[in-house]
Design a protein around this ligand. Structure first.
Ligand SMILES: Nc1ccn([C@@H]2O[C@H](COP(=O)(O)OP(=O)(O)OP(=O)(O)O)[C@@H](O)[C@H]2O)c(=O)n1
Ligand SMILES: C[C@](O)(CO)[C@H](O)COP(=O)(O)O
Length: 442
């Protein structure tokens, strides 16, 4: 039995600025979580009947590791030529990073679409493997018991097996014009997950026939095969959008019977502790919003973006144009409300002049909050220019500045607590630096 973990997607919808599988929850990347859980699956560790291949079985869950053990290297196979039981399919651009994270695991480059990546993984499985589970790294918390249940159902004779959960919404099928075409009976619907299990030969043949598909079971269905749905698991949620990270952190913590590490740890703001007002500053395109979002994915912090307020005032007709600090005034009040609740805030504003910085400090002082002043710059002018020029407005009514307007913008020197350069570090690294500083200040 083998597992193909597809991890070659770029995670555009998550917007982490790195391949999604490299994003961390509970201090570990999604792909490591996925491989660890696949690795402790009993089914995966079971020898192929005809081969009696002896694979290393991981130790039981270690304390303090989210209830999971790190798997033995997946290719811990004593029979020469038997090859790895787990193949990870990674973005071609990040192979080394994945190999370093997963020593001993076979890592192969993926393709443009998920189906291309699955095909690449299938081709890399050892010849002895006859049952294959295809799993999304994005479903990083799918538990070992789910791998076992899927594998057992395939072994019992199904062409394909998928875990699925009942849906709680009413689902409408709509036409291109948005009109409802049908309302399927909700009780007949399942939201399907991974790992999905198949006879390897059937899956390879279904892939060879080609065609677009959003999951592998679809290819088997199209080939006339039968696909069995078994009970899914809420832990197998697909991390797709930014709020899914917080949901996954909560599930991870709950499954290990503890509060989320990064959300309680080291004095990083939690309700009832002293909140922190992180005052960001920096020219448009320096990376403030990206950093604020990276922070909000890692710690409980409210993101207040003055662009949203200003653009909305104009878009709704409440202001003809922004001529002064009206957006800032709203942001100060909203930030004050959060700090009063004990919630930390990241204030995402250009903050170009000493006055606005002082007003932010005043807001913090009024609510007994700590202050952390962080200035973002992009030291690579060409990179900065391309970010500004290629930026697309993501807020209704927001007019993004031109590069010339950024160059001409009034911006006064500052003496912040931290000066960060978004040209030389990823948003996640910058967020870690800010969090470290919050911890040391607390
Ligand atoms: N060309 C691709 C596309 C997706 N995947 C993998 O398929 C799984 C499900 O895809 P999805 O959640 O959509 O991930 P992304 O494609 O990374 O996300 P997005 O669509 O937001 O870019 C993920 O584990 C992803 O890494 C892959 O291996 N190769
Ligand atoms: C395979 C899958 O996870 C089953 O629900 C899903 O179809 C993947 O879709 P995505 O668009 O590639 O995230």
């Amino acid at each position: 039995m083998g597992v193909v973990v597809v991890a070659a997607g770029m995670g555009v919808r998550l917007g982490a600025g790195m391949p999604k599988a490299l994003v961390r929850i509970g201090g570990r990347t999604l792909v490591e979580h996925a491989v660890a859980r696949a690795g402790v699956s009993a089914a995966l560790s079971r020898p192929e009947p005809a081969e009696a291949v002896s694979r290393g079985r991981p130790e039981p869950a270690e304390a303090g590791s989210c209830g999971l053990s790190r798997p033995e290297p997946a290719e811990a196979v004593s029979k020469p030529g038997a090859g790895p039981a787990i193949v990870v399919v990674a973005p071609a651009t990040h192979l080394t990073e994945f190999q370093d994270l997963l020593p001993g695991v076979t890592v192969v480059p993926g393709g443009a679409e998920r189906t291309d990546s699955v095909a690449a993984g299938l081709a890399a499985l050892p010849p002895a493997v006859d049952i294959v589970l295809v799993h999304d790294a994005a479903r990083a918390l799918a538990p070992p018991s789910l791998f076992d249940a899927v594998a057992d159902a395939v072994a019992a004779g199904a062409d394909g097996v998928v875990p699925g959960l009942p849906v709680s919404d009413t689902i409408k099928q709509v036409g291109v014009d948005g009109r409802v075409v049908a309302t399927p009976d909700r009780w007949t619907l399942r939201a399907v997950q991974t790992p999905q299990g198949f006879r390897r030969a059937a899956l390879v043949a279904a892939h060879a026939r080609g065609g677009a598909a959003t999951d592998d079971a679809m290819l088997i269905e199209r080939s006339g095969g039968t696909v069995q749905v078994i009970d899914g698991d809420p832990l197998a949620l697909k991390i797709t959008l930014p709020p899914d990270i917080a949901a996954a952190e909560r599930l991870l913590a709950a499954s290990a019977g503890r509060v989320p590490e990064e959300r309680s740890g080291g004095g990083v703001s939690r309700p009832n502790a002293t909140p922190t007002l992180i005052i960001l500053g920096g020219l448009p395109g320096a990376g403030k919003t990206t950093l604020a979002r990276a922070l909000a994915r890692r710690i409980p912090v409210v993101h207040i973006r003055v662009d949203t307020i200003e653009a909305t005032l104009v878009h709704t007709g409440f202001a003809k144009r922004i001529s002064g600090p009206e957006g800032y005034a709203v942001a100060f009040r909203v930030a004050g409300d959060q700090l009063a609740l004990g919630l930390s805030v990241v204030a995402d504003t250009v903050n170009p002049v000493p006055e606005t910085r002082q007003w932010w400090r005043d807001v913090a002082a009024r609510h007994g909050a700590r202050v952390l002043e962080v200035e973002l710059e992009c030291s690579d002018a060409a990179l900065h220019e391309s970010r500004v020029s290629e930026r697309v407005s993501d807020i209704p009514g927001l007019t993004v500045p031109t590069w010339q307007q950024v160059l001409d913008r009034e911006y006064h020197l500052w003496g912040p607590d931290l000066r960060l350069d978004s040209a030389s570090a990823t948003p996640e690294q910058l967020a870690e630096t800010v969090i470290d500083r919050m911890r040391s200040d607390s």
